[in-house]
Design a protein. Structure first.
Length: 118
């Protein structure tokens, strides 16, 4: 049984940084993709970033390019999202995900709230 537990959210001032973590219980295959998404209440879920578990190649949504970095620690079965130069519009609930491809996610974390004050 695969489970994802994400954490690391909080309240930060604009320009600040946060690092989100997602610990995965269960097997992760090299072909799997780990992703981060964000969603505000009543709005559609938005893609933030993703990385291939084996190769480590990554993709980012345009609004976060140059500010966010996704990484993974294979030994710890953990994926991270380092968020720098945060803006108020980055405020959302962030969810990690595990899937078969960039557009196919099967498992989700419970979400962690990020709030950026201006």
């Amino acid at each position: 049984q695969v489970q994802l537990v994400d954490s690391g959210g909080g309240l930060v001032q604009a320009g600040g940084s946060l690092r989100l973590s997602c610990v995965v219980t269960g097997r992760i295959y090299s072909s799997n993709v780990m992703g981060w998404f964000r969603q505000a209440p009543g709005k559609e879920r938005q893609f933030v970033a993703a990385t291939r578990w084996g190769a480590g190649n990554s993709v980012y949504a345009d609004p976060v390019k140059g500010r966010f970095t996704i990484s993974r620690d294979k030994a710890a079965n953990t994926v991270y999202l380092q968020m720098n130069n945060l803006k108020p519009e980055d405020s959302d609930i962030y969810h990690c995900s595990l899937g078969r491809g960039i557009s196919e996610y099967d498992y989700w974390g419970q979400g962690t709230q990020v709030t950026v004050s201006s």
